[in-house]
Design a protein around this ligand. Structure first.
Ligand code: 13P
Length: 251
């Protein structure tokens, strides 16, 4: 049985005051003990958020890390070891916004994945096709290529301590959610692909769905056999919405 995970990706949002308020409202709610809950604030807020969630079950993660593990002359970068040191337990790797805005390639993403695990962080590998790729019938091939950039390069065992987040690019921040069936189809394909290399790793692998998840559609998505929780953007900035999504994953 895979334990559900609901992760809030706050992206480049929030001020010291607004995140404090958000966390106060979030930690006041009853979150299900059967669900792992993580939040991914901006780098500059990690320490404050970490302190505020310390007495709860919520863990913190970063939205990116450097390709290089050790410290060094890399202005503006943050290493996975520094993230670990500040209290992170997870890190997003290869979010589509970074693939698009920062031209992150599969090769770079693989290096970041290696750095994350070497530092003792759980990488959340983000994959997903664009609308053009979906319309061209390339959704499965795109996602498989993005998974293979890690799987074939590093071997299937690295997925024992990793999470995959399927986030169709066309569903991110657009209000267009993949239908539960569309999401389930890709999730099942990812799991079946991993199972070609190891059935037990595939069975234990948590695959999250992301893309306009909200309280109103979470239960239906999480009811799918291969959807093990969500990576939530916009709705995670609203404590009530995010709390409801966490509860949906616990049902
Ligand atoms: P939205 O939930 O705002 O669509 O964002 C999804 C996402 O990109 C999470 O990483």
């Amino acid at each position: 049985m895979r334990r559900p995970l609901v992760a809030g990706n706050w992206k480049m949002h929030g001020t010291c005051a607004s995140i404090k308020q958000l966390l106060t409202e979030l930690t006041e709610q009853a979150l299900p003990l059967s669900v792992d809950v993580a939040v991914f604030p901006s780098l500059i807020h990690l320490q404050t958020v970490g302190a505020q969630v310390a007495s709860s079950n919520i863990v913190i993660g970063a939205q990116d890390c450097a390709v290089q593990l050790e410290e060094g002359a890399l202005t503006g970068e943050t290493s996975a070891l520094q993230l670990k040191d500040i209290g992170c337990s997870m890190v997003l790797i290869g979010h589509s916004e970074r693939r698009q805005l920062q031209d992150e390639t599969d090769r770079v993403i693989c290096r970041k994945f290696i750095a994350a695990q070497a530092a003792g962080l759980t990488p959340v590998l983000c994959v997903g096709e664009t609308l053009e790729e979906r319309e061209a019938g390339q959704a499965q091939a795109t996602v498989q290529r993005q998974v293979d950039a890690v799987l074939l390069e590093l071997g299937v065992d690295v997925l024992k301590n990793a999470v995959i987040a399927y986030e169709p690019v066309w569903a991110i921040g657009t209000g267009l959610t993949a239908t539960p069936e569309q999401a389930q189809e890709i999730h099942a394909q990812i799991r079946a692909h991993v199972a070609k290399y190891s059935a037990s790793v595939a069975q234990g692998l948590r695959i999250l769905y992301g893309g306009s998840v909200k309280a109103a559609n979470a239960a239906e998505l999480f009811a799918q056999a291969d959807i093990d929780g969500g990576l939530v953007g916009g709705a995670s900035l609203n404590a009530k919405e995010f709390g409801a999504i966490c509860r949906a994953a616990g049902n």
